[in-house]
Structures are given as structure tokens and as C-alpha cells.
Ligand binder design. Sequence first.
Ligand SMILES: *Cc1c(COP(=O)(O)O)cnc(C)c1O
Length: 423
Amino acid sequence: MTQHTLSHALEQDRQDELASYKNEFYMPADTIYMDGNSLGLLSKRAERTLLELLNSWKTLGIDGWTEGEHPWFYLSEQVGEKMAPLVGGMQGEVIATGSTTTNLHQLVSSFYKPDGIKTKILADELNFPSDIYALKSQLRLKGYDPDEHLIRIKSPDGRYLNENDIIEAMTEEVALVVLPAVLYRSGQVLDMERLTKAANDRHIPIGFDLCHSIGAVEHSLHKWGTDFAFWCTYKHLNGGPGSVGGLFIHEKHFGKAPGLAGWFGSKKESQFEMDHRMDPAEDAGAFQIGTPHVLSLAPVIGSLEMFEEIGMAKVREKSLALTDYMLELIKQELAEFGFTIGNPIDNTRGGHLLLEHVEAARICKALKEDGIIPDFRTPNGIRLAPVALYNSFEDVWHTVQKLKVIMDEKRYEKFENKRGVVA
Ligand SMILES: *Cc1c(COP(=O)(O)O)cnc(C)c1O
């Protein structure tokens, strides 16, 4: 095997159809960025569209709502349409709006209809805390004790969830199911199609959090019959810190009243009639609340151009090739250093890997000092995300080599094994 040589990495880069996209991005100086699953990098196209929208404000003032290259009034719908292929959404099913957590609140407010013994929300114990906080607070708002009414499916090993366990828990007491598409820590991709079918069969609305899956894996939400989904755009979609998120509402729910109403959920034609009776949009647009955050939406326009050009199938193909290669190198080069691979090694992994180690916090600090940007997740996780659009096989090779030197020379020992404030 020659896989451990730099020349093998360079050869794979030469054969990589997407290699040129690396030049579309700004790389922080002297670094190899492996943190695209937390905050994607700025692309030149995202910068361009941000400046275009800034300029429309500068030159048009209030007329920017209806004039200029990207009139602000229709932007959420337009960006929604561009995001739809990434989630497998049809016309009108996707809207760019809000953030992950606020969209989850909106969707639970709209889809959670407790009735009789059907009061429970089914979630999991591995989900991102914000989702769980939102679900608990929604239960409290309805007068239910979250300890009793929020079911969190247990993980057999602290890393993965078993779809059978989830389906078994879809009882007649369950009023709503909310699950991550890709687990933020282990990167496991849940079988959304199977879970959707099971929930549909039992007439329980089901929704997925796509934060770690959008832009990393393919989805067919419409075809599967998934009721709703929500996501952010600052991870694999490279929209920038706090960029506007998105949501999907299946066509079968068009006409449904939004739980949290606001004037931007109105039909476009009648919004400015200023009537006190709301006339909601027929489609996903109804789930918007207030004025869109135009300048935080602007970079997403440019970023999505690249996904449109390439298509998700190719993005996923390269992502899997990069993580496959990284796994292979980790096996070859790091076997003696006490790492555990915490992600699925088959194709049920998303866009990042998880290396577990008791010294993870300070190994991450040592990596950063050497110009490799990983992502620490307490208590013992090192997440590494070689991203299809801007990471190369060479990047992967250098990352593993650096890790090997750090472990070999115990260079992490000069740091404290504690996380930073943002980690
Ligand atoms: C990143 C992420 C969030 C963050 O939510 P915000 O509202 O954007 O702060 C929530 N849930 C999951 C699963 C995430 O990965």
C-alpha cells in the first residue's frame, strides 16, 4: 500500500474534479481548516453577493425591497428555491428564514397538537442541547412536565442511535417526533426514509434537524414524505456566522396555519394591505415571522451557486472519498496512540469524523498551534471535517501527519486538558 505517501495524496488531488473549488474560498493564513462542520469558510462568491446587497442598501435605500439584482422582498423565497434541491424539496416547500432554534420553535408550535393521551414528543439523548431546550420549553408552554412528556431515545453506546429503538417508541402516546439527520458528535446519518415511513404509518408528524446534513449528504424529503425539517446555513453551506437558516414543509401541509404568526408569513400580494386578519402564504413561506435578515442572507446566495453547479451527488462522493482516505491514514499512522474511531465507518457517516481520546482537549490545542483547525467536543471528541468544496487529499494527509507527530512527541502535554469557551 502506498496510501501513506504524500505523492499518493497529490495524485488523488490531480484526479479530483472539484479540486479547483478550493481557489474559490479564503483560507485563513497558514492553516488547514478541518472545522467546516461548525463554521464553513467564506467564498469569493458569498463575499460578492454580500457586497451586492450592501450596495443595494447604499444606492437604493428603501427601494432595495423591490429593486436591484436581488430585491429583498422576494429573497427568502428565492434562496429557499435554491436550497430545495439540497433537501429534496419541491416548489414552495423550502423557505430561507430564521435560525435552527427559532425554526424548531416555529415548527413545534405548528405541528405539536397534543390530544388526549397523545401528548409526548419523541427525541433522542444525543441531540444538540439547543433542540432539547426548545422541545422542553414547548412542552412547558403547553402545561406539560418535560420529564414526563419528552422521550429521549437512549443510545446503546453513547455514540449511535438504533432506528429500531426509535420506531418501537413511536407509540400512541407520541404526538410528534423530532430527530437529527446527522448526529453532531458521531456523524451517524439516521435512516430518515425508514423513520419517516414508520412515523407516517402511525400518523405521527416527524421532522428532522438538518444542521449537520445539509450540504454534506443528500436528502429526498418530499419523496420520503417527511413532514418538516429545519437547518442552519453556516456549517456545510458556508453562509457565514449567524447566516439565515431554512425550513421545509411538505406539500401535504400547504395551507396549514403557522403556530407563530407574523406579517412576513403573509401572501406576498396582500402583506402590505395591512389588514388585521392575516392571509398566510399557501406554502412554506407562511412559516416566516418578521422582516428577513437580509444582510445575513446575502452570502448564502453566492455560496449556493457552487452547490447548484456541482450537484449534491458529487459533493457527497468527494466528501466520502476524503473521509475514507482519512480513516485509512488514521488506521495506518495512529494505531498505537489510543484513539477510538467514534463515527460509523460505513456510508452511514456524514461529513465529519470523530476521534475519541482522553487527551482530546489538549490534542486539539496542539493541532491548532500547528495550524490545523479541528473541533473539540466535550468530553473526549476531536471532530475533523475534510470538506468537499475546499479541502484536498493533501490537507487530509498533512492533518494525520501532524497528529502523528503531536502524539509521538507528546506535544499536547504542555497544554491543559480543558476546553476553551467556544469549543
Ligand atoms: C449547529 C446546531 C444548532 C445551532 O442552532 P442555532 O439556532 O443556529 O444556534 C442546533 N442544532 C443542531 C443539531 C446543530 O448542529
